[in-house]
Design a protein around this ligand. Sequence first.
Ligand code: NAP
Length: 308
Amino acid sequence: MTTIALLSKSYDMSHLVAPIQRAAPEFTVVMHGEPGAASAEVAACWDPPPGALAKMPNLRLIQSIAAGVDNILCDPTLPALPVCRVVDPQHARGMSEFVTWGVLHFHRQLDLVLRNQARGHWFRPEQVHPARYTVGVMGLGEIGSRVALDLLHHGFSVRGWARSARELPGVTVFEGADGFAPFLAGTDVLVCLLPLTGETRGILDATTFGQLKPGAKLIHVGRGEHLAVSDLLAALESGQLGGAVVDVFPVEPLPADDPLWRAPNLIVTPHMASVASARTIGEQVAHNARRLAAGEPLSNVVDVKRGY
Ligand code: NAP
């Protein structure tokens, strides 16, 4: 009988045991360290302890409980096994809600209105037609493409940037390294929905911010390590960035004394943009565990070499 072990060094996954067990009643589901976990065939992971997967001799599938897999692929001892991730339209919808809120916040100048309220100042900002307000989405994958299309439905001018060419009706798509500068140049609000890879680490830096229009805004919902934090602080201080919503940080939880909490025109949110439901995670772990046991092709397999 297949055993599914849950592993994380930083996140209490115990609430996922019941949903996975409900979705896969024929399998055994255990937490890392419990009897049977070491001989599990399936590892369901978020940020697994480095080296732990390599010590599981019967392991045949590494299943992320999230959309991203950077916290799994970073283990230098990662066994050469299939790595799968969660792909879920509701997860993408949740992200779309969050990003749309951020875009509307900046587009309707709620940032300015809130600053004015704090000093009792009545000022009605100009209402710019959304077609004259350009949102640039970095990453047009399962989540980024949904976000881009939803913003388009709100009437915004939407452009996107991906590694390879792709068609998204109504969205102006830029591709690869050569497409990055022209993509940035026309963007009023930059949204980062990239996976964290060797190529994208640190991509939100002074060079990138400097290629945006002065006063452009940032909504960062990718991964903390995309961000050069000191460059963000400098860009906010100088006004090159007129405001930002940042949901993900190199160190989470963000320490109480971190200067980001008090940076000008920055909204800090606690990695909450979108979370797959426990039920969805349970179903997707069970689905792949079942396919593995039946010798069928797995779903949502990651390209380990590419990093996403
Ligand atoms: P995905 O389906 O794998 O799509 C990734 C997209 O990024 C693709 O369009 C890909 O281009 C593009 N890309 C990758 N490397 C690139 C590069 N070097 N240059 C330009 N484009 C590049 O990923 P997803 O499911 O949409 O998720 C994206 C990320 O969102 C996750 O990895 C995670 O970091 C983040 N996320 C955050 C939260 C949160 O709560 N904050 C929640 C969920 C996900 P191609 O299309 O050409 O391959």
